[in-house]
Design a protein around this ligand. Structure first.
Ligand code: NCD
Length: 313
């Protein structure tokens, strides 16, 4: 495999290989010297057209821990703001010898254009494209669930996951549904009808409008950010109303089984989809998700650039 564009590109073996490799990488992070020489002399470019805190820093740290040279390219302050096209930007990166391009773009499908137009010879990793996909987020989420619910080994057969909130605008939800299905988990999406995409019936998961009915039956609940920046219309009456019907507060959290974990990809709108009490509770694993993100991205970069054959053709 040369690129990672969609969580759907990964079959069960490839997904498990990434998760197992990430566990080995995590062991490295516990050492005082956290670097591996594996990607010495290789160049990884972080090409971020859209804002990001966690994902960009996480990819940067992952590449650095593998000893790669890292270039951070943000569209703001670059020639993109002068109207340079994705193609010209890509050709520039190619001329500079990028071995991997990690791209986040506001257009759904931009990483595909980059990968399939043959503008660049290296690997393309999708770090979030529009409302489409975010495969490394799904991998770090699966890694986190595996650690908490499966002792860090095997797939996620029979694990029940609720994904709650703004599914319509969420690339995290789509990638998670695809990967979790591959790993054998059972997913229920929970959202108001206005925040569900058209064609949701075809997704390999259940759909509910009732969070209180779903919570007692899940092992993990993933709260999604209400993506106000992607909303031109009114999708719900008021923030207060949204929060009352679909937000996770302390009282609702107590509907979860004892062992269940609370996840959120960040950034959180505290008081909107998740209350401060829940975000700061012992069940919340957001900080671990961030830490696991580095290990998972190390594994992805390592396998794509170093051990590509192991990931299949
Ligand atoms: C998500 C994203 O950007 O898709 N965040 C992330 O990568 N950690 C989710 C979001 O923006 O709400």
């Amino acid at each position: 495999m040369r690129h990672l564009l969609s969580a759907g590109d990964l079959d069960r073996d490839a997904a498990l290989l990434i998760l197992d490799t990430a566990a080995e990488m995590a062991a490295l992070s516990d050492r005082s010297v956290k670097k591996l020489p594996t990607l010495r002399g290789r160049t990884v470019v972080n090409l971020f057209f859209e804002d990001s805190t966690r994902t960009r820093i996480s990819f940067e740290l992952a590449a650095k821990r593998l000893s790669a040279d890292v270039i951070n390219f943000a569209a703001k302050g670059s020639s993109v703001s002068k109207g340079e096209s994705l193609k010209d930007t890509a050709l520039t990166l190619e001329a500079m010898g990028a071995d991997a391009v990690v791209i986040r773009h506001w257009d759904s499908g931009a990483p595909y254009r980059l990968a399939h137009a043959d503008w660049i010879g290296g690997s393309v990793v999708n770090a979030g494209d529009g409302t489409h996909e975010h495969p490394t987020q799904a991998l770090l989420d699966a890694y986190t669930m595996r650690r908490h619910l499966r002792d860090g080994t095997g797939a996620l057969e029979g694990v029940r996951v609720g994904i709650v909130g703004d599914i319509l605008h969420s690339r995290v939800a789509r990638s998670n549904v695809l990967l979790l299905q591959t790993l054998g988990a059972e997913v229920t999406l929970v959202a108001p009808p206005t925040l569900l995409p058209i064609g949701i019936e075809q997704w390999p998961c259940d759909v509910s409008y009732d969070i209180d009915a779903v919570l007692p039956n899940v092992d993990a609940v993933m709260m999604l950010r209400v993506q106000a920046e992607r909303m031109q219309d009114a999708y719900f009456p008021t923030a207060r109303e949204y929060s009352r019907l679909y937000g996770l507060d302390g009282e609702r959290m107590r509907l979860l089984p004892e062992h269940a974990i609370v996840m959120h990809p960040g950034p959180m709108n505290r008081g909107m989809e998740i209350s401060a009490e829940v975000a700061d509770s012992a069940r919340a694993v957001m900080v671990e998700q961030v830490a696991n993100g580095v290990s998972v991205r190390m594994a992805v970069l390592y396998l794509l650039l170093g051990g590509a054959k192991e990931l299949g053709e």
